[in-house]
Design a protein around this ligand. Structure first.
Ligand SMILES: [Zn+2]
Length: 179
């Protein structure tokens, strides 16, 4: 089992550096084409539109000056549950972003479990409101930036990402009305 991996993307989100852990992790998770991933877009390897959207926002925030974000991340397979902490760092002036993940918890399932059924009915907590203008998220009545929302809601630790509902926050609404 891989207990640490790291990878880096350039200003165009292309994978420019991956370590041995990345290759092993990709293999364990059955990622297609990971063996020659260098130069390809990171987003080719991220499953799910909602996950992609939130991760893209995080990368943008890190590049725009947040610099360093740490979040719990959960990877499930039919046989096991793994929790990792992922750190996303902006480095230098070339807009390189470095991702490094370390294993924090691992549990083998006694009985293999089918992965989550994407078509299962959704509950209230499966939806997350997002402002289409400023890209902030509504968490417990407060509009917060993506890294704060990901931290408070443990977005990447859930079995699946909530569906994003696009709306407008009161601040943006006022600015638009005033314009
Ligand atoms: Zn807004």
């Amino acid at each position: 089992m891989v207990d640490a991996l790291s990878y880096a993307i350039d200003g165009e989100d292309r994978l420019v550096r991956v370590d041995e852990g990345f290759y092993r992790f990709a293999e364990e998770n059955g990622w297609d084409g990971a063996a020659d991933c260098l130069g390809r877009s990171l987003w080719d390897f991220v499953a799910g539109e909602q996950v992609k959207k939130v991760q893209r926002l995080l990368v943008r925030r890190v590049r725009d000056g947040v610099r360093d974000v740490r979040l719990p991340f959960r990877c499930e397979s039919p046989e096991s549950i793994r929790e990792m902490e992922i750190r996303i760092d902006a480095t230098g002036s070339r807009r390189l972003v470095l991702f490094s993940a370390t294993l924090t918890y691992e549990e083998d399932r006694e009985q293999p479990q089918p992965l989550y059924d994407a078509d299962a009915p959704r509950s209230e907590s499966d939806f997350l409101a997002m402002c289409a203008w400023c890209d902030r998220f509504l968490v417990s009545g407060e509009w917060v930036e993506v890294e704060e929302a990901a931290r408070r809601l443990e977005l990447f630790r859930r079995p699946r990402m909530p569906v994003l509902n696009h709306g407008i926050c009161p601040q943006c609404s006022r600015q638009l009305l005033a314009a």
